[in-house]
Design a protein around this ligand. Sequence first.
Ligand code: 4FL
Length: 250
Amino acid sequence: MEFDVFTLLPEVFSPYLESSILQRARQRGLLQVRVHNIRDWATDKHRTTDDIPYGGGGGMVMKPEPVFAAVEAVLGRERNVPLVLLTPQGRLFTQRVAFEYARLPRLALLCGRYEGVDERIRQYLVDDELSIGDYVLTGGELPALIVIDAITRLIPGVLGDPDGALDDSHASGLLEYPHYTRPPEFRGWRVPEVLLSGHHAEIARWRREQSLRRTLERRPDLLAQAVLSETDRKLLEKIQKEKENPSHEI
Ligand code: 4FL
């Protein structure tokens, strides 16, 4: 996967891209990230990239000329690489969107700074707008790194385990089951016996039930979209009845 990132803060990307799994993916040739400083395409003496908003009001707006020039210089005018603007006004970036974009060979990301970007950038340059959540940051750089991270770990060969990304929270539409590692007892708190039993079918059943319980408890909204078997649905009913009648008597 190749990413082209357009930003006014190019220096913030290296530390994260040079760490851990993303670094390894780059070394293996599975990931390439080119970071472009929009200011390099500003043409005036002060290399201006922002200006005051027409109509007044606070804050500064990113000027269209340097952004158009940067994107057209790097990607060409007849572009076949989608350009995604990171903005609180975008559609929500979810695991589903990560899967969609992970199918592409190349993606370009535009990071907004200041109060926003000139509307003509959205209208005539950008193909999609993504938000990582309902909060406002100082810029789209962290969201861009989040998008790169979430997409890269879906590329085959990036995670050690071939189905490492399949078990994830959200991949199945359910939250993940609880994880434990050694020791079997820590400060008197024991690992659930079933996990020590070596009984793979029972472990799988226990994990599925935990995923369903957690999702029902914390993110019931996810259940509507999740892929559920008949067994899952019966189990969910049982859990719901338990909650209505905690004494376990019917
Ligand atoms: C982008 C926030 C995507 C959440 C300020 C500039 C943002 C953001 N998701 N805040 N861009």
